[in-house]
Design a protein around this ligand. Structure first.
Ligand code: NAD
Length: 505
């Protein structure tokens, strides 16, 4: 069914606790299942972003002085509101991103777990204390808020990735300016409005929608002390360099090309099921998706292909609003064209296209950005479909003779976000986890996305900066350590001047 509802609104900003309408410069939002324009989004200019930064700066002193437990209670209340509004948020995600509703609920649940972890901030901020480091001297370290912090997020997890960032930032006493993806901004804005309802004072969290102009304003403004970014590698690299140049603390998470190794002794049926979700879930638009299966031995490859072809034939592709579907559309027409272009290029470069999803049509949704699942065999390093992040439902089989060969491929690749191995051999699995040059590793787990109380981040060109996202690293990223050394001499005790360097000798 085509969506021919009239375009009724422009998604604005949230500044100083108020929704700000802004139609000066806008961009269309599309329903990916129909190809129809569903709304517009405001693209904030420099002055609007500066207004948001000013609001965050004004809110900072009082919020910093608010006892951590009171800040944490806002997070606890937000968790309740997110659970109450989960259906509404999932519907917003699906309408703009296209993913199937069950998948949208899954992403939201992961985001809620980050809010839950942020509600433990008082415990996480406790610091370190040492008594009597010298005569009558005590010393302690505490973790103080930075001030105004900012986040810039990608389209593929429009609710979850913002929740990786700002809940912990504000629970640590910072204020925040969020710049969501301009392709699907509504769920992040709605969640920010829920945070106000949960008790977040005006200005503690501001949301500005926009594009490069908004991002550059955040990167260049000296009032912004730290920037978290998640998105593609070229932009991550730019954000890191530009943010550092302007004196900010920056963490910039980039793209990925995750390989799964399947060993000859693996549970092949289990690996096939796992790979179906990892390759085609969310239409392959996940930074932890697995677009490459490295099969050790031809028998392993042939068995995997047979299983995958059977499962692909059973897949249902259609609008994300119907939970009976396994996969929805790609996010936009340009992204559809790009992914389809990679499939064309893979064929031209000599990979064997075993399953071709390019001709897929979804009845009643002819204008949607649907691409059927694609499966290649004979994928090799040097081919674009091997080297580059496709971010679509395109899975490639790579054949290698040994585990060492497979690991070498992974280590040689520019990205190092996630990887996994399927095997029944504990020794092989242990060797793999110990040596592989990748940040997040699974053993018989296809998407080793860390839970909220561990941190998330890749290696190599999948992350620029030192600290990973969310979990314990987020507490360190959004605070600076101060170490205080204090003496209260007993009455009447006076030491003479000491000119040597103080030590405990
Ligand atoms: P993107 O890099 O195009 O956009 C991300 C953000 O950067 C958006 O908010 C966008 O407005 C902004 N942006 C885009 N171009 C810019 C420019 N020239 N200057 C300044 N800002 C700019 O990424 P995307 O397409 O929205 O998301 C998909 C990418 O994100 C994939 O590469 C995926 O692997 C990656 N990703 C990584 C992780 C991770 O944790 N490593 C998680 C999710 C997504």
């Amino acid at each position: 069914m085509q969506n021919d509802k009239p375009v009724t609104h422009t998604v604005g900003h949230l500044i100083d606790g108020r929704t700000v309408a802004d139609t000066a410069r806008t961009q269309a939002l599309f329903n990916p299942a129909t190809g129809q324009v569903s709304a517009h989004v405001a693209l904030a200019g420099k002055a609007t972003v500066e207004q948001a930064i000013a609001s965050a700066e004004k809110a900072f002193p009082a919020w910093r002085a608010t006892p951590p437990l009171k800040r944490a209670r806002v997070m606890s209340q937000l968790k309740v509101l997110l659970e109450q509004h989960a259906d509404e948020i999932a519907a917003l995600i699906t309408a703009e991103h296209g993913k199937v509703l069950a998948d949208a609920h899954g992403e939201l649940q992961r985001g809620i777990e980050n809010v839950e972890y942020a509600s433990y901030a008082p415990e996480l901020l406790k610091g370190e204390h040492s008594r009597n480091v010298g005569p009558g001297i005590d010393s302690w370290s505490e973790f103080q808020a930075l001030g105004v912090t900012a986040g810039i997020t990608p389209f593929n997890f429009p609710a979850m990735v913002p929740l990786w960032m700002w809940p912990m930032a504000v629970a640590c006493g910072n204020t925040f300016v969020l710049k969501p993806s301009e392709r699907d901004p509504s769920s992040a804005l709605f969640i920010a409005e829920l945070a106000q309802q949960a008790g977040l004072p005006p200005g503690v969290l501001n949301v500005v929608n926009g594009d490069k102009e908004a991002v550059d304003t955040l990167l260049h403004d000296p009032r912004v002390k730290a920037v978290s970014f998640v998105g593609s590698t070229p932009i991550a690299e730019y954000i890191y360099a530009e943010g550092c140049k302007h004196g900010k603390r920056v963490q910039a998470l980039g793209g990925a090309k995750n390989h799964a190794i399947v060993m000859p002794d693996a549970d092949i049926a289990g690996a096939v099921s796992a790979m179906m979700g990892a390759a085609y879930g969310s239409c392959g638009e996940r930074c932890m998706a697995v677009p490459l299966i490295v099969c050790v031995g031809d028998d392993t490859a042939d068995a995997m292909i047979a299983g995958l072809k059977t499962e692909i034939a059973r897949m249902k592709v259609g609008p994300g609003t119907d939970n009976a579907n396994d996969m929805g559309p790609l996010v936009t027409q340009p992204h559809f064209d790009k992914v389809k272009g990679y499939v064309d290029q893979g064929v031209a470069e000599g990979a064997r296209l075993l399953v071709d999803g390019r001709a897929l049509k979804v009845a009643g949704h002819e204008g949607g950005y649907f691409l059927g699942p694609c499966l290649f065999d004979g994928v090799k390093p040097g081919m674009a479909i091997y080297q580059e992040e496709i971010f679509g439902p395109v899975l490639g089989i790579v054949r290698v003779p040994t585990l060492q060969d497979g690991m070498q491929l992974i280590d040689d690749h520019e990205y190092g976000n996630g990887t996994c191995i399927f095997t029944r051999d504990g020794e092989a699995a242990r060797y793999f986890t110990d040596h592989i040059q990748v940040g997040m590793v699974g053993v018989n787990v296809p998407l080793p996305v860390p839970v909220a109380y561990h941190s998330f981040g890749g290696w190599k060109r999948s992350l620029f900066g030192d600290l990973h996202a969310y979990g314990p690293d987020a507490v360190r990223f959004y605070t600076k350590r101060k170490t205080i050394t204090q003496r209260w001499p007993s009455a009447g005790v006076r030491e003479g001047a000491v000119f040597s360097f103080p030590s405990s000798r």
